[in-house]
Design a protein around this ligand. Structure first.
Ligand code: THU
Length: 137
């Protein structure tokens, strides 16, 4: 594991520890690395009105935007089960707003990286800012 990925895993682990998941009991931590090299972490935030739940990736993306960054180069998603956990469809679309298809997505457990893929593999033929001439950037 490179030092950069190890730092991302550690931030995702800390965020996961703060996850608010009293309904699913499924805690998720995420960390995104911006083009500026800054790291932003997030956790899932559930709600008694279940559909309002916010995924960990969305929390991290929100922190990145609030921090003044726009481009995501790398993502860590950390869960506690035994299998690598890939991002849900909504998160893939949200990542596509700020990440290119070659952005690496590391699926991690508390011990480290379990699998690495790319956004392009997870969301082929994506509808995104490029479809609209990239007006968001
Ligand atoms: N969850 C995430 O945080 N990210 C994903 O990509 C998939 C699902 C959360 C939402 C909910 O709090 C819990 O995992 C169970 O679905």
């Amino acid at each position: 594991m490179t030092e950069s990925i190890a730092s991302m895993v550690e931030l995702a682990r800390r965020a996961l520890a703060n996850a608010y998941a009293p309904y699913s009991r499924f805690r998720v931590g995420a960390c995104v690395r911006a083009e500026s090299d800054r790291l932003y972490a997030g956790c899932n935030v559930e709600n008694a009105a279940y559909p309002i739940t916010q995924c960990a990736e969305a929390t991290a993306i929100g922190a990145l935007v609030a921090g003044g960054d726009r481009r995501i180069l790398e993502v860590v998603i950390l869960t506690e089960g035994t299998e690598p956990c890939a991002p849900c469809g909504r998160c893939r679309q949200q990542l596509a707003e700020f990440a290119r298809p070659d952005a690496r997505i590391h699926l991690c457990g508390p011990e480290g990286v379990r699998a690495t893929t790319t956004l392009g593999e997870l969301l082929p033929l994506a509808f995104g800012p490029d479809t609209l001439g990239r007006p968001g950037t």
